[in-house]
Design a protein around this ligand. Structure first.
Ligand SMILES: Nc1nc2c(c(=O)[nH]1)N[C@H]1C(S)=C(S)[C@@H](COP(=O)(O)OP(=O)(O)OC[C@H]3O[C@@H](n4cnc5c(=O)[nH]c(N)nc54)[C@H](O)[C@@H]3O)O[C@H]1N2
Ligand SMILES: Nc1nc2c(c(=O)[nH]1)N[C@H]1C(S)=C(S)[C@@H](COP(=O)(O)OP(=O)(O)OC[C@H]3O[C@@H](n4cnc5c(=O)[nH]c(N)nc54)[C@H](O)[C@@H]3O)O[C@H]1N2
Ligand code: SF4
Ligand SMILES: [Mo]
Length: 679
């Protein structure tokens, strides 16, 4: 009998990049074992990581290419599928021009796959390529891009252990990035002070020394209020401000309007707590800011991120151990999908679309005659263009917009309007139901490639088992498609694609497959071979042209929707620990589904009493967009007047609206006005 082999791999769920070993016996996954040496998780995994192998063998896996017929689906061969995809996309291109095509990349796919995907789009003449970062950390790219010159986490996750103060703003890390709790707990053991700003009580707020329960969407007022205290008490780092930043005077001017009492009136946080938080953060030897969707998914997402960065910069809380800004990314490869240029406004390595020099570099590497200079459509704009009849064909790689994009009834209508939709996924999704062609993809353990975690750690995943049925690695499918379109794109394997990436994206300059195969990967920027990688960024200079960070004043603005007589409550959406995003993966884990089987909505008990709603009642939530039914869960986790609903089961995004942050194009998933009734 064959021995049990161990294959090192990376968890396919969230962005932390936790490592473990797949146990493979006779070509099949027999289980997993822990990897105590891994620098991020030291062997530990959260429930999703532990349940991750279940999806590999799930009976719902897509096994064959499927073509839509009048009544259902027909299995077809790969040759026919590739011809169909190329003919349909090709004829839309010929008839309507390149901008009638769009490509949604996948934060669940490898760097090599996303790189090839955006290359196909751009060689066809369009920048209409995007990925789910648009719904997630687009405001980090714009906000930190402006202030630090790079929209990425500054320090490694394990460095949180060295922090003396950890300020968490709009992140429920204990449920959504559970493994970092170990580093935060170690910091607490050393005496660190933990502050959490969140409208809800969550397992993360339970770990805090100070809980700032602010009103949804008021973070700029809170952060400006803290900066007001710091500057008026002279706690800022004057030398750092003078030597490494520009713009302090302009920032200082607007802070005068945010005295603690004024900030308290907007946020609902007691003025004394704002003062306490400001002093703890500014006086700490090393203080870290951790943030995530609670501040990015607002129409003021970019402003929120800038305010976090301003706070860190005026206190000099960057460039050193235990300090820094930690935007907790979401998907296992959302950092990589962005680095690879699966974004409408950026080429690989963040060269700006429209920048002549960036285009010239890329044209040389690709031996391309021409690249479009026009920024492409972002996710939301793709939907608009489909409605307007301007977008004709969409290639969707590993994303489930029907469950994950805002105003989903409208998304469904947009998908119906397309002449041709191809969906490439590991499972049949609610979105795939709208496809003309479905392509079955191999899951992470069934293929090889690199993935970049939230701390910029690029890690290699090797193929441990064969994909089921006729499913193929995404890279292979994309190459087949490109070949039919006459684009060439012949690469021996993912390693050869990575070699091209290292030329196209300067921060990957020294990263090769061979190097990644040595323990636990490398953190970019790694500009040339032999470079050790960069765990802490901005130690000497920022990524701006002159090396200085920008302090940028931002003002508090109201969210797009506020409670009003017809919709008197506030709905906020997000996550729970046991499910994942649109649910296509986690709802297929019996382990996870058993513990969290259905859609629920959190209601404050006093609101429930007024409306005669009891625990477990089915209730209907309505917004201007639509209505959804969910089980009532009575809990003090939410304040009066606020409802919380996760989006892991179909229906939640029928409620959310498509108001966008102007710069980043991110939707305001965190605030909708709603009303509620019993079924
Ligand atoms: N278990 C699990 N883990 C996940 C995921 C998952 O679906 N399930 N998804 C992954 C992905 S893609 C992402 S992006 C991350 C997201 O991880 P998180 O950002 O932690 O997720 P959310 O639950 O969306 O929101 C975080 C917190 O923001 C709070 N919040 C809401 N509005 C506001 C506000 O106006 N201000 C402030 N300060 N806080 C506010 C919410 O109450 C919530 O506690 O998680 C990743 N990890
Ligand atoms: N209401 C509300 N909506 C939200 C949010 C919120 O907080 N509230 N958060 C937003 C955020 S932060 C995000 S990131 C988005 C996430 O939005 P999506 O990216 O749509 O979320 P997922 O459900 O993770 O979808 C990933 C898809 O990839 C497939 N997949 C997995 N592995 C592979 C693979 O190897 N190859 C291929 N081809 N496919 C694969 C999965 O089966 C799944 O269908 O949702 C957003 N939507
Ligand atoms: S914390 Fe994230 S990467 Fe780690 S095991 Fe859990 S889901 Fe996987
Ligand atoms: Mo995300």
């Amino acid at each position: 009998m064959e021995e049990k082999n161990l294959y090192p791999t990376i968890c396919p769920y969230c962005s932390l990049g936790c490592g473990f070993f797949l146990e493979v016996k006779e070509g099949k996954v027999a289980g997993l074992s822990y990897m105590p040496g891994h620098p991020v998780n030291e062997g530990s995994l959260c429930p999703k990581g532990n349940a991750s192998t279940e999806i590999l063998t799930h009976p719902d896996r897509l096994l064959h290419p499927l073509q839509k017929t009048e009544t259902s689906w027909k299995e077809i061969g790969w040759e026919e599928a590739m011809s169909l995809a190329a003919t349909k996309m090709g004829s839309a291109l010929k008839e309507y021009g390149p901008d009638a095509l769009a490509f949604l990349g996948s934060a669940k796919c490898s760097n090599e796959e996303n790189y090839l995907f955006q290359k196909i789009a751009r060689l066809l003449g369009t920048n209409n390529v995007d990925n789910c970062a648009r719904l997630c950390h687009a405001s980090t790219l714009t906000g930190l891009g402006k202030s630090l010159g790079a929209g990425a986490m500054t320090n490694p996750l394990s460095d949180l252990e060295n922090s003396d103060c950890i300020f968490v703003v709009g992140s429920n890390f204990a449920e959504n990035h559970p493994v970092i709790s170990r580093w935060i707990l170690r910091a607490k053991e050393r005496g660190a002070f933990v502050i959490v700003a969140d409208p809800r009580r969550t397992p993360s707020t339970w770990l805090s020394d100070l809980f700032l329960r602010l009103r949804p969407g008021t973070d700029v007022a809170l952060l400006n209020g803290m900066m007001h205290v710091i500057v008026s008490e002279g706690l800022q780092d004057r030398e750092f401000i003078r030597k490494r930043t520009l713009g302090f005077e302009r920032l200082e001017k607007i802070l005068s309007e945010y005295a603690p009492e004024a900030a308290s009136a907007i946020t609902g946080v007691p003025a004394g707590d704002i003062i306490k938080a400001a002093r703890e953060y500014a006086k700490a030897n090393a203080a870290a800011i951790l943030y995530s969707m609670g501040i990015t998914q607002h129409i003021s997402g970019t402003d929120n991120v800038i305010a976090c960065s301003d706070l860190a910069l005026i206190c000099g809380q960057v460039r050193k151990k235990g300090a820094g800004i930690f935007p907790l990314r979401g998907q296992n490869n959302v950092q990589g999908a962005c680095d690879m240029g699966a974004l409408s406004e950026y080429f690989p390595g963040y060269g700006k679309v429209g920048d002549k020099e960036a285009a010239a570099r890329l044209k040389k590497i690709w031996a391309a005659e021409k690249l479009s200079e026009k920024p492409g459509l972002t996710t939301a704009k793709m939907s608009e263009a489909a409605h307007a009849g301007k977008l004709k064909a969409l290639y969707l790689l590993g994303e489930d917009p029907v469950n994950s994009h805002p105003d989903s009834l409208n998304v469904r209508k947009a998908l119906e309007k397309l002449d041709f939709l191809v969906v490439q996924d590991i499972f049949m999704t609610d979105t795939a139901e709208y496809a003309d062609l479905i392509l079955p993809a191999a899951a992470w353990a069934e293929k090889e490639g690199s993935f970049t975690s939230t701390e910029r750690r690029v890690q290699w995943v090797s193929r441990a088992i064969a994909p089921p049925g006729e499913a193929k690695a995404d890279l292979e499918i994309l190459q087949g498609f490109a070949e039919k379109l006459g684009l060439g794109l012949e690469y021996r394997d993912a390693g050869e694609v990575l070699a091209e990436i290292s030329r196209a994206a300067p921060m990957y300059g020294g990263i090769t497959k061979e190097r990644l195969l040595q323990a636990y990967g490398v953190s970019w920027p790694c500009p040339e071979s032999g470079h050790p990688g960069t765990p802490i960024m901005h130690t000497e200079r920022f990524n701006t042209p002159d090396g200085l960070a920008r302090l940028i004043p931002v003002e508090y603005r109201l969210p797009a929707e506020s409670p009003e007589p017809a919709y008197p409550f506030l709905l906020t959406t997000g996550r729970t620990g046991l499910h994942y995003n649109g649910g296509s993966m986690s709802r297929r884990s019996s382990f996870l589904l058993e513990k969290e089987p259905e859609l629920f909505v959190e209601i404050n008990p006093s609101d429930a009493q007024t409306m005669k709603i009891e625990e477990g009642n089915n209730i209907i939530l309505e917004t201007r967009r639509g209505s959804t039914q969910a089980k009532a869960r009575l809990t003090e986790r939410v304040s009066r007047g606020v409802f919380f609903m996760p989006f892991h089961f179909s229906g939640t995004n029928m409620l959310t609206g498509d108001a966008l942050d102007r710069e980043a194009g991110i939707p305001e998933f965190k605030v909708s006005a709603c009303r509620v009734r019993r079924v």
